[in-house]
Write a protein that binds this ligand. Structure first.
Ligand code: SF4
Ligand code: SF4
Length: 226
């Protein structure tokens, strides 16, 4: 299929070829290696009243943040903390329109890529200022090959299936947040994509219970590869 990069409108931003983006994102999720997002002038992540989770093993990050800005993360083991935000919704480490601790920023920030919502075809669930939603609307994936487009449809179908069939999943595997749902869909898209024929599949003949079982298995397999 012809590269449709030319279809990008003036008010859109090229999000990358979907297939390359998907593989890189899965690799990033497996290795916690950080996302490469061409954010341009967008600063929505740092200014949208988000609590940033920091794990106890993030020693360098914890070293550069004043302890008084952190508090224990509810429901998580001791040592997990949250970085809050100021009255205007800005992260306290945001200064002069940039992250003041960029090289030591938390993994939550390093790994954040708002394109996951576009990939999964779902809306952000917490965006009080609407800044992330605005940015998401600008992204447009392109599809260098036919299977690139099929892969995108498979990720969207996975997200839709999980969202519409929560009762089929054991409690602990149901994503609570939109971002978690998008990430799960990225991990398990293969349930809706036939790798041999490089094509999205419509598992109409497979009972929903079986599809849910495959999603859970694929998700566990993905986590084991970490
Ligand atoms: S919302 Fe997206 S584009 Fe904007 S800063 Fe965050 S990751 Fe970058
Ligand atoms: S730590 Fe840095 S990258 Fe993360 S939200 Fe704060 S200012 Fe942004």
């Amino acid at each position: 299929m012809k590269n449709d990069e030319a279809a990008i409108e003036e008010n859109e931003i090229l999000a990358e070829d979907f297939s390359s983006w998907l593989m890189k994102t899965r690799d990033m999720l497996m290795n916690n290696s950080g996302a490469e997002v061409p954010c341009g002038s967008c600063r929505a992540c740092c200014t949208s009243s988000h609590f940033i989770h920091i794990k106890p093993e993030e020693k360098q990050t914890l070293k550069v943040i004043d302890r008084r800005l952190l508090f224990d993360a509810p429901g998580l083991p001791k040592g997990n903390v949250l970085l809050g935000y100021s009255k205007n919704g800005h992260c306290p480490m945001f200064a002069d329109n940039k992250c003041s601790i960029y090289t030591s920023r938390p993994f939550t920030c390093k790994n954040y890529d708002c394109r996951i919502y576009v990939a999964a075809g779902i809306d952000v669930d917490y965006d009080p200022k609407g800044l992330i939603t605005k940015q998401i609307k600008l992204w447009k994936f392109n599809y260098i090959t036919k299977d690139s487009r099929e892969l995108h449809l498979a990720v969207q179908q996975a997200a839709k299936f999980i969202k519409e069939n929560p009762e089929l999943f054991p409690n602990e595997t149901i994503p609570q947040r939109a971002g978690e749902l998008a990430i799960l869909a990225i991990k398990v898209y293969e349930v809706f994509f036939d790798a041999d024929i490089r094509c999205k599949i419509e598992p109409k003949s497979i009972p929903n219970k079986e599809i849910a079982k495959r999603i859970v298995e694929l998700s566990k397999r993905f986590e084991k590869q970490n």
